[in-house]
Design a protein around this ligand. Structure first.
Ligand code: FAD
Length: 461
């Protein structure tokens, strides 16, 4: 039987779930702080962590509507890697050297997260096996080679390109025609990281209120049903949930991503599959997948499912449509036919934030004291750490290498109103699915024009 929802597999299988751990106390009265942070995911918690490290006397309060890690930070695929949404657009806007500095900062961020986890004693099942991206059609191989060349041009020197045989020697993926490997990635247990981070923040003296939804953010205050927290700096770290905040309905589109996990696989099965390097695994399809070999020897695999719900509605504690569970299961079995019939024990979903130009941003408006970071489009695990360190420098008023990066203070136009927003996203993902189908059927070595058109219309490239 598949457990569907329950926030995520990570919650369902980890001791100390919300069912067994009482939430931190909510706000009970008006309060004051130097910095108030809305959202207890990676972005909010990394920001709190680095602010307190740098300025121990600063009064930092985190307000979380449910509990820390309720959002994507407690549900994701556990790819801690160096991808950042918008790098190519930032290169076009600010020049390649600026974008290369951003990429370099992301490469270092992977190492930073691993180092802080070790320093703070956070055991998040981290395994630095790198990132393996596989091509399963000639068109995907064409994109893989172009991607490889682009990464080298951005200064990455230690990437590898593998042919079909070398790919299957690493992981026995059906129909693999090639793959690329980068060392800038690690497998993590997302929930253990977010939970450990919250505890590290509290050790530093950060005040965290859970079960405390913020109903309004304005200059100098965050308003909740239980009281208002006043602070010169108010930082919005709500990513995929942002559209629910007053005045933010059309800022970042809440995009769903869904995952399933298998039962633990036997040593015999692993002997057939390989994957001893425990690389995080992705592909080059337009409707791409992402996967990891978990610490307890399952496969957790994700993809888009139902991408977007009308009116920017977000969440129902991770419950996932049966059709999406079925298509992820089919995808898993097509990658690994030897697994056909394997029990799928968990299915879940979460939301991530997609800006209209698909570029992640970190911003602080000095005149109002309002700041925010997000719009990571599915590459937020590492990016949120870079955002946290950057928000620290911005709040402390310091000009640093981080505050000079091109994603800082980037402004983006809003999404179209409904029903155009819904229709546009449905059409976009239908086009990507059809493009994947055509590329697989025709064996064409080039990306189908349909996908290029979808990229252009969506503002993705
Ligand atoms: C299924 C899935 C798989 C993913 N896989 C990967 C991956 O493998 N690698 C990767 O790099 N990225 C991945 N991502 C994206 C990544 O998880 C996110 O970008 C990242 O976790 C964002 O962190 P965050 O803190 O900004 O947002 P969140 O983790 O969503 O945290 C926001 C928090 O704000 C709280 N909140 C919202 N509104 C309010 C309010 N009004 N008042 C108080 N609190 C509020 C929420 O409850 C939530 O806890 C994935 C996302 C999903 C959904």
């Amino acid at each position: 039987m598949t457990i569907n929802g329950g926030i995520s597999f990570w919650y369902a299988t980890d001791p100390g779930t919300p069912a067994t751990t009482p939430p931190r106390p909510p706000l009970t009265a008006h309060a004051a702080a130097d910095v108030v942070i809305v959202g207890g995911g990676y972005t909010g918690l990394w920001t709190a962590y680095y602010l307190k490290q740098a300025a121990p006397d600063l009064r930092v309060t985190v307000l979380e509507q449910k509990f820390c890690g309720y959002g994507a930070s407690g549900r994701n695929g556990g790819w801690l890697y160096n991808g950042i949404a918008g790098r190519d657009r930032y290169a076009a806007l600010h020049g390649r050297p600026a974008a290369a500095r951003l990429q370099q900062a992301m490469n270092e961020t992977v190492t930073e997260v691993i180092a802080v986890a070790a320093k703070e004693g956070i055991d998040a099942d981290i395994h630095r096996g790198g990132v393996l991206e596989v091509a399963r059609t000639p068109a995907q191989l064409g994109r893989l080679k172009a991607f490889h060349a682009a990464e080298l041009a951005f200064g990455e020197s230690d990437r590898e390109l593998h042919d079909a045989a070398a790919t299957r020697a690493r992981i026995d993926i059906a129909d693999a025609v090639g793959s690329g490997w980068s060392p800038h990635g690690a497998r993590i247990h997302p929930l253990k990281l977010v939970r450990g981070l919250a505890a590290a923040c509290e050790r530093l003296g950060v005040v965290i209120h859970e079960s405390t939804p913020v109903t309004e953010i304005a200059a100098g205050k965050a308003v909740t049903p239980y009281g208002t927290v006043r602070a010169p700096y108010v930082l919005r770290c709500t990513e995929g949930f942002t559209a629910a905040l007053k005045g933010q309905k059309r800022s970042w589109l809440p995009m769903n991503s869904s995952m399933i996990a298998t039962a633990p696989l036997s040593p015999e099965t692993w002997a057939r599959l390989g994957w001893s390097g425990r690389e995080v695994l992705g592909d080059m399809a337009h409707a791409y997948m992402y996967a990891q070999r978990t610490a307890d020897d399952r496969i957790a695999i994700g993809g888009r499912g139902v991408p977007y719900r009308f009116g920017s509605r977000t969440d129902n504690d991770g419950r996932t449509q049966p059709a999406t569970v079925g298509s992820l299961r089919d995808l898993l079995f097509s990658f690994f036919p030897v697994l056909t019939g394997t029990e799928i024990t968990h299915a879940w979903s979460g939301v991530l934030g997609v800006p209209r130009d698909w570029c992640a941003t970190v911003t602080l408006d000095r005149t109002t004291g309002l700041g925010w970071a997000g719009g990571y489009v599915g590459s937020g695990v590492a990016t949120a750490n870079l955002a946290g360190r950057t928000l620290r420098d911005l709040v402390l008023g310091e000009s640093t290498e981080l505050t000079a990066l091109p994603w800082v203070n980037h402004r983006v136009r809003r999404w179209e109103p409904e029903p155009f927003r819904w229709l546009g996203v449905q059409a976009l993902y239908a086009a990507y699915r059809e493009a994947d189908r055509r590329e697989a059927a025709t064996h064409s070595p080039t990306t189908t024009p349909l996908a290029r058109l979808a990229d252009r219309i969506s503002g993705r490239h």
